[in-house]
Design a binder for this molecule. Structure first.
Ligand code: NDP
Length: 247
């Protein structure tokens, strides 16, 4: 991963969970990271932790639903790596899901990825150096479970969007890949994982446990660095075997 040293990355949704972890991971490998999200206090805290450990980090307020904040984050930037990680979930029986909740999830988890990827590619093309875009999808983009229809539809969209962007942007030296994690305990799912249904679900994971953020380190670094230089349009599943759980 030596090629990562000195590169620049922007990570969305870096104020908590996986995004915060990915930002720290890239910084440990010499990347100057920009942590982006809406909660600036949490971003500042995460960036300060990285700097205290000898890394390089700054922050920018970015709402993936607000194109003006995205444009501001990319103005004058030269990111080699962009991790499209921001995401939300809305749970509940789909027959009762309100239009607003459906729209919020699709707009954040799918349209947000499109907006940030488009801005990233525009800057990468202008810079003439290409780059790597890593979209954080989910195994729910490839399979389904009950009560998260908007999330599953958005993540499936991210997988297919990744392929479409990879095809269009390969001539510019831009690689676009998707990481599809299984369940990793974060703020997004802590309540569900602690529930009876969550515990039953964990029992069905072949490796017998939920993931830890660190389980994603190798695949994230692979996609971000030149170690994955001949990979584009791929989706990598990291799920302890959940996708192949027995019927
Ligand atoms: P968290 O809830 O811990 O983090 C979500 C992050 O997204 C926060 O930093 C939040 O920051 C940010 N975010 C939400 N909405 C917006 C927005 N409109 N604009 C900018 N940032 C936003 O969840 P996770 O860390 O678990 O999730 C990270 C990603 O990983 C998501 O895309 C999720 O779908 C995906 N994933 C997670 C899995 C898991 O099991 N945890 C499994 C598979 C995929 P803020 O509120 O400050 O804006």
């Amino acid at each position: 991963m030596q090629d990562l040293d000195g590169r620049r990355a922007l990570v969305t949704g870096a104020s908590s969970g996986l995004g915060r972890h990915f930002a720290a991971l890239l910084a440990q490998h010499g990347v100057a990271v920009t942590l982006a999200a809406r909660r600036t206090d949490a971003l500042d805290e995460a960036a300060a932790e990285i700097v205290a450990q000898g890394g390089r980090a700054d922050t920018v307020r970015l709402d993936v639903r607000d194109p003006a904040t995205i444009a501001a984050a990319f103005a004058g930037s030269a990111y080699d790596i962009v991790v499209n990680n921001a995401g939300i979930v809305h749970g509940g029986p789909t027959i009762d899901v309100a239009e607003d909740d459906w729209t919020r999830v699709i707009d954040t988890d799918l349209s947000g990825v499109f907006r940030v990827a488009q801005a990233a590619a525009g800057a990468m093309v202008a810079g003439g150096r290409g780059g790597s875009i890593v979209n954080i999808a989910s195994i729910l983009g490839l399979r389904v479970t009950s009560y998260v229809a908007a999330y599953a539809a958005a993540k499936a969209g991210v997988v297919q969007l990744t392929r479409a962007l990879a095809l269009e942007w390969a001539p510019h030296g831009i690689r676009v890949n998707a990481l599809c994690p299984g369940y990793v305990e974060t703020d997004l799912n802590r309540g569900f994982l602690a529930s009876r249904a969550g515990q039953a679900m964990i029992a069905r994971i072949p490796q017998g446990r939920v993931g830890m953020a660190q389980d994603l380190d190798g695949p994230l670094l692979l996609l971000a660095s030149d170690a994955g230089r001949y990979m584009t349009g791929a989706d990598i599943v990291v799920d302890g075997g959940h996708m192949v759980s027995g019927l």
